[in-house]
Ligand binder design. Structure first.
Ligand code: NDP
Ligand code: HSE
Length: 434
């Protein structure tokens, strides 16, 4: 039943996602109105160029370059411009005027989240962002609402479609990184400048958002340890495959104990890691995303699907839009962010993980003992060791470690590098998911 006045929806951005949100809002208007209990009136779309040619045809009079005026009087502002400015200023302006805001902007939330959430809380407005992590996949609401009574222990996320496509292509076709990236660009997954994706920046922003939500703690983007995939080689992927592993770029959010103080803390980090082929994340192919959540009571849960794409991401945006619009109809303040735990964010050196190290050594008596001594000196226990003879007089050692402190593992690799028996460190990858 529609018993409430029309709600004015201002759309900022009419690109890949914005144009699909506008189309679906118009095409499904009557159905959405039934679900909300009020009409959703699209009052305008702010863009840079009102005359630009667009894939989705929408009434010309909806477009404007005057985002500030469009916001005035809006009940809900949907920000789909992307980037930090003018998105930040416009979102703050919308919230301070009492409007609810829906955004898909991970860069904005990871960088200015606390400022925006505070602005929303001050006026009782809602700031919703389901589409900011893993596109169409519902993960923000499950963490915020469905798991609100549980304790999340760890999240392992494949949250960047471009890098998953590249690593999957390298794994399945033997392509090197440049060739796989060229295919990703041709298919439209990678941007002309793919730095945000292959450098791990996009995944780090998503890790900051997920960790903040999961651990009720503000996790600033600067505290997320980040390594991209630029140094992953075809040889690493090949030897991982032979050993029963696949290389994935993971966003890892973990609740852990500080090894120095014994106090509880959290870690958020992004790096390429070896994942056992039997782990559910190993089966995430192409540009798909998946978020694997381990919670104390619920156990393991996996959320899987399209992490990007205009129409897919529009689904998540519209879900938020319907939810905030319903709140307008029933009344009451928006849901504030929960940051009560305020756990310390631990530096990477305090994380407990496992390494797989591949080294080239001289093939002569005593070398194995020297290498084993280096691991023992740093209190890193070796779990597995495989040796194969490579060129004349040299051997390749693949060493898998038990869990150890990251700083000890890193120091072990530095000591190996300096050892006269080691001619080359061919690969160092962490092993995750076990
Ligand atoms: P696009 O680049 O396709 O669209 C951006 C839109 O914003 C364009 O319509 C552009 O106008 C408009 N715009 C840019 N600057 C301004 C400005 N200063 N004032 C007014 N309008 C402006 O981006 P996407 O649709 O791909 O992404 C939007 C958001 O969604 C981003 O935060 C992104 O990270 C996020 N997202 C995107 C996904 C995807 O698959 N595309 C997936 C998940 C999240 P004009 O058209 O005139 O150039
Ligand atoms: N560039 C991102 C990706 C888009 O490849 O996943 C979705 O955030």
């Amino acid at each position: 039943m529609i018993a409430y006045r029309s709600l004015r929806v201002a759309l900022l951005g009419g690109g890949s996602v914005g144009s699909q949100v506008a189309r679906l809002l118009i095409e499904h208007g009557p159905e959405l109105a039934q679900r909300v209990g009020a009409e959703l009136e699209l009052v305008g779309i702010a863009v840079r160029d009102v005359d630009a040619k667009r894939d989705v045809e929408l009434p010309r009079e909806l477009y404007t370059t005057d985002a500030e005026t469009l916001i005035l009087g809006a009940d809900v502002v949907v920000e789909l411009i992307g980037g930090l400015e003018p998105a930040r200023t416009l979102v703050l302006q919308a919230l301070r005027s009492g409007a609810d805001v829906v955004t898909a902007n991970k860069a904005l939330l990871a960088t200015h989240g606390p400022e925006l959430f505070e602005a929303a809380e001050q006026v009782g407005a809602q700031l919703s962002y389901e589409a900011a992590v893993a596109g169409a996949i519902p993960i923000i609401r499950p963490l915020r609402e469905s798991l609100a009574g549980d304790r999340v222990k760890r999240i392992l996320g494949i949250v960047n479609g471009t890098t998953n496509f590249i690593l999957d292509r390298m794994d399945t076709s033997g392509a090197d990184l440049d060739d796989a990236l060229a295919v990703a660009t041709e298919l439209g997954y990678a941007e002309a400048d793919p730095t945000a994706d292959i450098g791990g920046y996009d995944a780090a922003q998503k890790a900051a958002i997920l960790a903040s939500l999961a651990f009720h703690t503000t996790v600033p983007i600067e505290s997320v340890h980040r390594e991209g995939i630029t140094s992953v080689t075809a040889a690493q992927i090949e030897s991982a495959r032979k050993a029963g592993y696949v290389v994935k770029l993971l966003a890892i959010c973990e609740r852990l104990t500080d090894p120095d103080t014994g106090e509880e803390g959290v870690s958020a980090r992004v790096y390429p890691a070896l994942v056992d082929r039997r782990h559910p994340l190993a089966a995430v192919h192409g540009a798909n995303n998946a978020v694997f959540v381990e919670a104390e009571a619920a156990g393991s849960l996996m959320f899987y699907g399209a992490g990007a794409g205009g129409v897919e991401t529009a689904s998540a945006v519209l879900g938020d839009l319907v939810a905030v619009a319903r709140r307008h109809v029933v009344g009451g303040p928006g849901l504030a962010e929960s940051t009560h735990a305020s756990l310390p964010v631990l530096e990477i050196g305090k994380v407990i993980t496992r390494y797989a190290v591949t080294i080239e050594v001289t093939d002569e008596p005593g070398v194995l003992a020297t290498v084993a001594r280096i691991f023992a000196d740093h209190e890193v226990s070796v779990e597995q060791l495989e040796q194969s003879v490579s060129a004349a007089g040299t051997a390749t050692l693949v060493i898998g470690t038990h869990h150890a402190r990251e700083s000890a593992l890193a120091e072990t690799v530095t000591a190996l590098e300096a050892s006269p028996v080691v001619s080359q460190i061919a690969s160092v990858l962490r092993v995750e998911g076990a």
